[in-house]
Design a binder for this molecule. Sequence first.
Ligand SMILES: [Zn+2]
Ligand SMILES: [Zn+2]
Length: 334
Amino acid sequence: MAVVRTTLFRALLIAGAIAAASACDAGEPALPTPHASPGSVAEEREGTAGRPAAARPAPGTRVVLLGTGTPDFDPDRSGPATAVISGGRAYVVDLGPGVVRRAAAAHRAGLAALDPARIHHAFVTHLHSDHTAGYADLIVTPALRRSVPLEVYGPPGIEQMTRHLLAAFDRDRAIRSKAPYARGLPGYRVTAHEIAPGPIFEDENVRVTAFPVPHGEWQSAFGYRFDAADRSIVISGDTTAARSIVEACDRCDVLVHEVYRPPDPGHAPQPLRDYHAAYHTSVAQLAKIAAEARPGLLVLTHQLLFRASEATLMEELRAGYDGPVAFGNDLDVY
Ligand SMILES: [Zn+2]
Ligand SMILES: [Zn+2]
């Protein structure tokens, strides 16, 4: 099945100035509609035809891959971060390095909700550095333009990390607060919420549920399920093969899942192979999970390929799963 998606890197080239001019705080973009199967652009247009503007539903809920990387510093793959956009608001899961610049790129391409200063809600799956090294960036870089405190949800330890990061930038805040544009700098404030499995957040757009996932030695690692009026989206975070993913998705619309391709025995020592087996989901395991969870679309992220190619990974996935699947890249929209 073909997957309809928009790559914002391409969209940047064609949308450029027009999209930037059309993006405003209240609106959503003038991009080619970035939706994924099973929905279609034609259906969406039909659904809103003839309705007065005031009665139109909020733009469809979308998933934007801000960063599909891993601890490797691949310049084409920013650190792990995935945005859910619903009702014109962004909810960002994980804060890998590069998250602010990638959000700014999405904003420039027309996704108004991803103006970094308008990101007020973040959800951290676990405290590995590849998922949190962009946290300080999200706190301080948009702080001068953010009008409300940042709300961050995450496992035990997120409160301590937040406190330490704020302390590290004490002098910066003190000096900037004297600038004529500072206006009290509410954007420098962060509220960290330490969560447990279950419902953790709800507003007029989404309901967010955290569920535990096994990730090596981490005591607390979570996946998140987002329920919006029009779509359900599950984001695995980093995890070994987990029953909780199957249960959380259970025919969800989009499952964004990490994956690794076990290196060939000759190419990696056994301890490295054991490490990845304890922390991540192999392509064969993911095929079984997806076949059972039956998402409307499976999106691969945080792909650890070792020496294998994308084609090899997809072929191995296809051996056990025949549903819709996309190999995610930074700034893809589903
Ligand atoms: Zn990771
Ligand atoms: Zn991790």
